[in-house]
Design a protein around this ligand. Structure first.
Ligand code: DX5
Ligand code: ZN
Length: 217
């Protein structure tokens, strides 16, 4: 089964954001991946609502918003209003994750929980039936263009097992360092959605790259 592809807009040329949005609109990509960083949870600051507004106006596909911020609860409604369809919050910052997940769903968005490379799959046992997506970080969050952490494969296999054992409907999304070589093994390990930033935007033909990542056979 082909994977869903969510190109990360963080890797786009911001001097021509509209061109990047049009490229994704016209490609086989499924979602826009939107990385919001606060400089506190991660050592980088990306962008916020003004960029969301541009995406909301021009994007013709779902906005998969990845919040790398310390207090996501404060902004759930704002991101809904800004056009988010999927909202990912980090496990590591949520003191009441169950409540946060319910609030995201209450606002009509798909609820995604993101886990850092050091966070064990076992931490998800009691939330796996409540989330729509688990966003497995395959790099330490904060920057695009980093090297894929190989241990992610082992985590994906264990997450897939947890999902099956719990009869959960959660999808597995992989974020960070996804490339032309690891896409197929990731899909085979159980990944449903692949985020790709640099692999898409630094390639000579981003549309073709998206097509390949989707069904890399
Ligand atoms: C990292 C972000 C990723 C990043 C992916 O903190 O969450 O979504 O943009 O970029 P690549 O595919 O270049 O690693
Ligand atoms: Zn991301």
């Amino acid at each position: 089964m082909p994977a869903m592809i969510a190109p990360s807009i963080l890797a786009a040329d911001f001097s021509n954001l509209k061109a990047a949005i049009d490229m994704i609109n016209d490609s086989e990509a499924d979602w826009f991946h939107v990385d919001v960083m606060d400089g506190v949870f991660v050592p980088n600051i990306s962008f916020g609502f003004p960029v969301m507004k541009t995406l909301q106006t021009h994007a013709k596909k779902m906005l998969d918003v990845h919040l790398m911020i310390i207090d996501p609860d404060k902004y759930i409604e704002d991101f809904k209003k800004a056009g988010a369809n999927v909202l990912a919050v980090h496990y590591e910052v949520c003191r009441n994750l169950h409540r946060t997940i319910q609030a995201i769903k209450h606002h009509g968005m798909k609820a995604s929980v993101a886990i850092n490379p050091h966070t064990p799959i076992s931490a998800l046992t009691d939330i796996i039936n409540d989330v729509d997506i688990v966003l497995v970080m395959s790099v330490n969050p904060g920057f695009g263009g980093q090297k894929f952490i190989q241990h992610t494969f082992d985590k994906v296999l264990r997450l897939k097992q947890l999902i099956i054992e719990s009869s959960s409907k959660a999808k597995i999304e992989i974020d960070g360092g996804v490339d032309l070589d690891n896409a197929l093994p990731l899909i085979r390990a159980g990944a449903d959605i692949l985020v790709a930033g640099n692999t898409v935007f630094s390639s000579p033909n981003p549309r073709e790259t998206i097509k390949f990542l989707k069904d890399p056979l």
